[in-house]
Design a protein around this ligand. Structure first.
Ligand code: ARG
Length: 461
């Protein structure tokens, strides 16, 4: 192969074909073209402002880069494997288009700080995209919550019937997970949005650059403090992958519940036809493949987090080519996160809940046992004793195939003489829910407060 025009000066021979294929990244880092061009234009403008290039040259570079962008977006740009990566492909085409001035773009810059800024811009754009999708999902969930403030279902612990909760409360739990995900991204963004440009290869440069103005130009607020750290730091990728992993944890928990609740034995919800699939052999089947796939996709996202951690572990300062391995995992994460969030928002919007089935389920499983215990505490029994008496009531009901509220007053009084008819009122699941008004509880006022907070968050995000 011919030598590379960007670094081939000292070589008598180019890399072997196999080596060129092995080191090539343009097949995937071309997805970063918009960020690379933005960064290069900011660099060119700064070179002009600082008098390192003439203003006319700077303008020529900026306009030439615009033409390259156009070609890429029109699909007429010819990507060349021998030019290794997105950076050199763009720069080479720029020089073809505008002539020798193109060769001045790289003044005071190395690909090491260039790729750092390009990738940081890409990750920042991706994170903002995830935030937008998270807001849409939170909105979809909160709308369903709004519509189901009165719908009750059995709340579970250990996947066993525990206490009744409102469906609104249940759905809002997911809103808070996703709100934390978005807030976590905001925090992560403050460390992503730091420009490494000006660090050059590793040690800084002799040109009188103004790196902070480049940072501002691309919409970042700060620059690196140490050039060695600037070109070798990929903490921001780990943080972004970790944000993505938690999003997938939350989505996959939601998927698991949707799968479970769609099972006819629960029957709490029906999956909309356009979000389900059938079976090629069993005609009755309506399968939750979308949720299963999303739950499964969390595996590869966690893998990408482990991947970048492992790439970074033990790397000496400063730039090492290992760092090129930061991108493919992230590109896949980006596609997976945005599509998963969009699909989940669509599914939630169209989800059909079956309140009657949930109400039916609230009648079994002794969900009101805690109410009876609390009632006995109200009569003056210490909680442990009340718990014990209630346990006996449950055993008695179970032995007779009855619900707690179906035990006669005589049966109940055989366990504690001071129980009166008023006990039956407190055994109603709706009463149980309405009495739980502790902050963040399932009581209607607490749920209304939550809904208000979620709406406020949505207005800000
Ligand atoms: N494609 C490289 C990467 O993604 C760009 C930087 C290469 N720098 C170098 N000196 N080989 O990391």
């Amino acid at each position: 192969m011919g030598t590379n025009q960007s670094w081939g000066g000292r070589f008598s021979q180019g890399p072997a074909q196999m080596v060129a294929d092995y080191t090539d990244s343009q097949t995937y880092d071309r997805h970063l073209y918009a960020q690379d061009i933005r960064a290069s234009q900011a660099h060119a403008r700064m070179l002009g402002r600082q008098g390192i290039l003439s203003m006319a040259e700077a303008a020529e570079l900026v306009n030439g880069l615009e033409r390259v962008r156009q070609e890429i977006e029109d699909g007429t740009f010819v990507w060349k494997r021998e030019l290794e990566d997105v950076h050199m492909n763009i720069e080479a085409r720029l020089t073809e288009l505008i002539g020798d001035t193109g060769k001045k773009l790289h003044t005071g810059r190395s690909r090491n700080d260039q790729v750092g800024l390009t990738f940081r811009l890409f990750v920042a754009d991706a994170l903002k995209d995830w935030q937008k999708h998270l807001s849409e999902l939170v909105e979809a969930l909160s709308k369903q919550a709004q519509a189901h403030k009165e719908t009750l279902l059995p709340g579970l612990t250990h996947l066993q019937p525990a206490q009744p909760v409102s469906l609104a409360h249940h759905l809002l739990a997911y809103c808070w997970m996703l709100i934390r995900d978005s807030d976590r991204i905001a925090d992560c963004l403050s460390r992503v949005a730091i420009s490494p440009l000006g660090a050059a290869a590793l040690a800084g440069t002799t040109y009188p650059l103004d790196p902070l103005s480049v940072a501002y130009d691309v919409g970042f607020q700060a620059i690196y403090d140490n050039s060695l750290d600037a070109v070798s730091d990929r903490d921001f990728v780990v943080e972004a992958q970790s944000c993505a992993s938690l999003i997938m944890v939350h989505l996959s928990r939601l998927c698991e519940e949707l799968i479970l609740f769609a099972n006819p034995n629960f029957g709490y919800l029906r999956l909309p036809d356009n979000y389900s699939t059938g079976s090629s052999i069993m005609p009755q089947k309506k399968n939750p493949d979308v949720c299963e796939l999303m739950r499964g996709k969390s595996g590869r996202i966690f893998g990408h987090l482990m991947g970048i951690l492992t790439v970074l572990k033990g790397l000496p300062l400063a730039y090492n080519r290992d760092l090129q391995e930061d991108k493919e995992g992230f590109l896949d994460t980006h596609t997976t996160i945005t599509s998963s969030l969009a699909v989940m928002a669509g599914l939630i919007r169209e989800l059909i809940f079956v309140p009657e089935r949930m109400a039916q389920a609230c009648k079994s499983g002794f969900l009101n046992a805690t109410e009876l215990a609390d009632y006995l505490v109200g009569l003056g029994h210490p909680f442990r004793e009340a718990h014990h008496i209630t346990g006996k009531a449950v055993a008695m009901a179970e032995a007779n195939g009855l619900r707690l509220e179906e035990l006669s007053i005589k049966q109940l009084q055989s366990l504690s003489a001071d129980i009166t008819e008023s006990v039956y009122e407190i055994l109603d699941p709706a009463r149980a829910v309405s009495r739980r008004e502790t902050p963040g509880g399932t009581g209607p006022k607490s749920v209304e407060t939550q809904l208000g907070k979620v709406r406020q968050w949505l207005a800000r995000n």
